[in-house]
Design a protein around this ligand. Structure first.
Ligand code: G6P
Length: 367
């Protein structure tokens, strides 16, 4: 049936606000509340026998795949290759029958991703589809379907579908780690607890909406924005830059913070705002040094961090947004939201067509 805006000005904002609920819905597919454990469905392969995993997708879904690479490698000790579908399908990469490939798609109909999945299947690979539309071609054709429960997403710029993909992929990584014996019982319990709390932490993050709106006022007239992060904050930086450029029409790009010194630092002056994503954790100090390098070159840093991070860096940076402190594994699920809000408010202030940005389509079913 028809989906309304539920009192919100745009579908995109409604969908951003639905995230605590739909992340919870997606999570409940895999989190057994009675047993308090993550249960993956019977997997159509032996997780212990795997030597690598491939992940293939387009756009925002490919950035979810990049986050999953960090998770699966860290938690399940399985090497992961992430590919853009349009490259994977034509690159003539050797495909070994029995290997597992994961295809991520909100619509389940993206032409390149669907063709890549058919190509992998024809080569004898086991295909897993992470899809939001249950009756889609990819859901019908994959060997295993992991459904995301985002509900219909109308805004062309993906928001809730992305975070539902993330939570599903986190469950897959934890499930694989358990099956492969690479996470011990104590870590398993801590991770399960951290992931179970994600919906309410995500709701807390939405309390920063006014703050993101006021920061957006300072971005309406800039000619570019740079996003940086390390670890899983790097793909979130890429997704933040994508969201920003696609709806505000302002150039934005993202770099792994450690890569700044190999080029983009030449761009830094007081005219290029830098959004730095820096949750507490093993990589925090590394990112903090990169932020100091940016500030030393008069860069204007918008820092998104937690309480400890703010304590360390607040005096240096132009703006600080403080998110809840969480296990670093689940941090990307939280840090996805402020970059959505920043893109949204900048676009609204610029007066662009937020739900239907120019030149873009919700589902790209032609090559
Ligand atoms: C289009 C949409 C993006 C989306 C991409 C992949 O470009 O505008 O928001 O990320 O397709 O879509 P999929 O349905 O495969 O996730």
């Amino acid at each position: 049936g028809a989906v309304g805006k539920g009192g919100h000005r745009h579908y995109m904002l409604k969908e951003i606000y639905e995230q605590p609920a739909v992340i919870g819905d997606s999570l409940r597919t895999y989190l057994d509340p009675g047993r308090g454990t993550i249960e993956m469905k019977e997997m159509p392969f032996d997780p212990k026998a795997l030597t690598r995993m491939m992940i293939v997708a387009c756009g925002t879904s490919a950035y979810a795949g990049m986050v999953a690479k960090y998770w699966v490698e860290q938690l399940a000790r399985l090497p992961v290759d992430v590919d853009i579908a349009s490259e994977f399908r034509y690159r003539d990469t050797p495909l070994i029958p029995g290997e597992v490939a994961v295809f991520i798609s909100q619509s389940g109909e993206t032409a390149d991703t669907l063709a890549a999945m058919r190509h992998a299947k024809a080569a004898g690979l086991i295909t897993i589809a992470v899809v939001n539309v249950p009756e889609s071609s990819m859901a019908r054709e994959a060997d295993l379907v992991l459904r995301t429960k985002a509900g219909p997403e109308i805004g062309v710029a993906s928001t809730k579908a992305f975070t539902c993909q993330l939570v599903t992929l986190a469950c897959l990584a934890i499930g694989l780690g358990r099956a492969r014996g690479t996470i011990d019982a104590a870590r398993d319990q801590k991770l399960t607890q951290a992931i179970a709390e994600v919906p309410s932490r995500v709701a807390d993050v939405l309390n920063n909406d006014d703050r993101m709106r006021s920061i957006a006022e300072s971005l309406v007239h800039v000619t570019g924005v740079l996003y940086v992060g390390r670890g899983t904050a790097f793909p979130i930086a890429l997704e933040g830059a994508l969201k920003f450029k696609e709806i505000s029409y302002i150039h934005a790009e993202a770099y792994a913070a450690g890569e700044l010194k190999h080029g983009p630092i030449a761009l830094i002056d007081d005219g290029l705002p830098v959004v730095a994503l820096a949750p507490s954790g093993p990589l925090f100090e590394k990112t903090a040094s990169n932020i100091e390098e940016i500030v030393a070159r008069r860069g204007r840093v918008i820092l998104i961090t937690d309480e400890a991070g703010a304590g360390r860096l607040a005096d240096l940076v132009a703006e600080v947004v403080v998110l809840p402190t969480v296990d670093p594994v689940v941090a990307p699920l939280l840090y996805a939201l402020p970059v959505q809000l920043l893109a949204y408010h900048t676009a609204v202030l610029k007066g662009t067509d937020v739900d239907q940005p120019r030149n873009l389509a919700k589902s790209v079913t032609v090559e």
